[in-house]
Write a protein that binds this ligand. Structure first.
Ligand code: ADP
Length: 200
């Protein structure tokens, strides 16, 4: 039992509608496509753009987005190293429930620490695909989509990734996408990868 498991009398109830049957019906396998990168690197934009393309092609998909999750499931967590770790742990487990449902899950979380992403890889096994949205801090800061870099530079946001908190680049990402290039090219690049990885 892990440090997080406090209930020992809980038994996983096996479904009769299995993952295999769901995937057969869907015509593709489920999978967890984990987009990581700096704030403003393009994780959300790319994840949603890939989802559009997958949806148009008949795939069952869902995007889990950093800000949305932090409004609810993880509203009790802040941005300390410990809280970031717990945030990613919860998302990893939640994502796997979707994958069990046969869905292609695309997640858009900075997830700056290698060890946290590797923990999700442990949870998800071969269903896990790390997609590194590679974009320089300079470009992210120039984009400053939400005005957060400006505030972080002014010292208004503690523990801001890239400024006052580190971002650890993936060492063995399944796919690295140059998100400083055209969105269309990035989208079809990831789309092709997802199609290939979820073939039955
Ligand atoms: P993140 O989710 O990583 O914080 P966002 O998706 O919110 O980043 O913002 C990325 C910004 O960069 C958007 O304004 C988007 O239009 C722009 N952008 C430019 N080129 C790309 C690209 N190739 N991929 C993704 N986003 C891009």
């Amino acid at each position: 039992m892990s440090e997080h498991e406090k209930s020992s009398n809980v038994v996983w109830h096996a479904a009769t509608v299995t993952r295999e049957r769901r995937e057969q019906q869907n015509g593709h396998r489920g999978g967890l496509f984990w987009f990581t990168g700096l704030s403003g690197a393009g994780k959300s934009t790319l994840a949603h753009s890939v989802e559009e393309m997958l949806h148009d092609n008949g795939y069952r998909t869902y995007v889990l987005d950093g800000d949305n999750v932090r409004h609810g499931l993880c509203a009790d967590l802040a941005f300390s190293d410990e809280d970031r770790k717990e945030n990613i742990r919860r998302i990893g487990h939640m994502s796997m429930l979707y994958v069990e449902a046969g869905i292609v899950v695309l997640t858009a979380f900075i997830s700056p620490f290698r060890v946290d992403r590797e923990n999700v890889r442990k949870i998800a096994g071969t269903d896990f695909h790390e997609i590194y949205c590679k974009c320089s801090l300079e470009v992210c800061e120039e984009r400053d989509v939400k005005g957060l870099y400006k505030r972080a530079r002014a010292g208004e946001i503690p523990d801001f990734t890239g400024i006052s908190s580190p971002y650890e680049e993936p060492e063995f990402a399944e796919l690295t996408v140059d998100t400083q290039s055209q969105l269309e090219a990035c989208t079809s690049n990831v789309f092709d990868y997802v199609v290939k990885s979820t073939r039955r």
